[in-house]
Design a protein around this ligand. Structure first.
Ligand SMILES: Cc1cc2nc3c(=O)[nH]c(=O)nc-3n(C[C@H](O)[C@H](O)[C@H](O)COP(=O)(O)O)c2cc1C
Length: 326
């Protein structure tokens, strides 16, 4: 097995891969997932323009740290020259896979011909893949949706087109671009793509528990699942999937508090205090969403101004029955 196949084999062995999530899958989040057994992760989507024009914040998204390997990078772009320029830099930085985003439905992204807009032009997407595969030594994968809308479910054609140009795998989120994140995910379509693509296929969409992961793997025959919203406030999902758990177990409240503190401490390693507090806001809400009185707790969190008051906030935070008290 050559170098190219190794990274894809790593993803298949991982079975549950941390999916790209813009604004979420930064270094602290990935390290939390790793700590609970996530064996392969991806950066959030990174716009190739930011790389081409040397944007500082874009380069921050590409930073690598020990303990966060193997790691794939997802690029969003539509210009083959820029994608190649960005991909070569990523390869030098040690990313194991270049994933091309052909599924992002955000208006800002599709308006400029990127993300899900590439589904409308499979030949262009295939040509991008050909360029990348020819120039790179690491594998190129593509993350797609089922199609643009219900009338244009062309994922099979897209998957075959990129496979024929040397893509090493595809990940399919079997919703249309029009569906965004709503409505039912069509894992029957995922299965059809797996049957016809001729390359490894990864399934994404509504895989929220270890049971879901097992079901989707069995139903679709896919080579791994991508975990996205299921990991928000629940990084331990990877441990459950790895253990083959069929039901979801929630850690004790004390353990959840320790996990929150650990996650916040990781923020402090990579961001300043104010950025850390701000970035932690959504994670805190995700960690605590299963309990009552969340609004009051988040209101109190907004008053936290620094490290000391964060410590005080966490010390005061407790559970009274199912109700949060702070
Ligand atoms: C907050 C958020 C950000 C996302 N950002 C990206 C992204 O940068 N690139 C991408 O390909 N998909 C992105 N996705 C889509 C997920 O990777 C995944 O395919 C989708 O959420 C379906 O999986 P789920 O139902 O398990 O969440 C994002 C999803 C969420 C919820």
């Amino acid at each position: 097995m050559d170098r190219v196949d190794n990274a894809i084999a790593d993803m298949m062995r991982a079975r549950a891969v941390l999916a790209p999530m813009a604004g979420v899958t930064d270094i602290p989040f990935r390290l939390m997932a790793r700590r609970f057994g996530c064996a392969f992760a991806s950066t959030e989507m990174i716009d190739v323009n930011g790389i081409v024009y040397g944007n500082r914040r874009t380069f921050e998204l590409m930073e690598r740290v020990p303990g966060d390997s193997p790691l794939g990078v997802q690029l969003v772009g539509q210009d083959a020259d820029k994608l190649l320029y960005a991909a070569e830099i990523c390869e030098q930085k040690g990313f194991k896979v270049i994933d091309v985003n052909a599924g992002c439905p955000a208006r800002k992204v599709v308006r400029s011909g990127k993300g899900a807009a590439l589904l409308k032009d499979p030949l262009k997407l295939a040509a991008i893949v050909r360029r990348l595969v020819k120039a790179l030594t690491i594998p190129v994968t593509v993350k797609i949706r089922s199609g643009w809308d219900e009338e244009n479910l062309n994922c099979m054609e897209v998957a075959k087109a990129v496979a024929s140009e040397g893509a090493s795998a595809v990940c399919i989120h079997a919703r249309t671009k029009e569906q965004m994140h709503k409505g039912k995910v069509r894992h029957d379509i995922t299965r059809a793509v797996k049957k016809t693509a001729g390359i490894p296929v990864f399934a994404s969409g509504d895989i929220l528990t270890a049971g879901d992961a097992a079901d989707v793997l069995a139903k679709t025959g896919c080579d791994a699942v991508f975990i996205a919203r299921g990991a928000l406030g629940r990084p331990w999902l990877f441990r459950e999937i790895n253990a083959g758990a069929l039901s979801t177990s929630v850690p004790s409240f004390r353990d959840i508090k320790d996990i929150i503190i650990e996650h916040f401490s990781l923020h402090l390693r990579f961001y300043d205090e104010q950025q850390s507090l701000k970035r932690m806001y959504k994670h805190l809400a995700w960690y605590l969403r299963r309990f009552k009185n969340l609004d009051a707790v988040m209101k109190e969190y907004r008053r936290v101004g620094g490290l000391e008051s964060f410590r005080g906030f966490m010390e005061r935070l407790r559970l009274d029955g199912r109700r949060l008290v702070v």
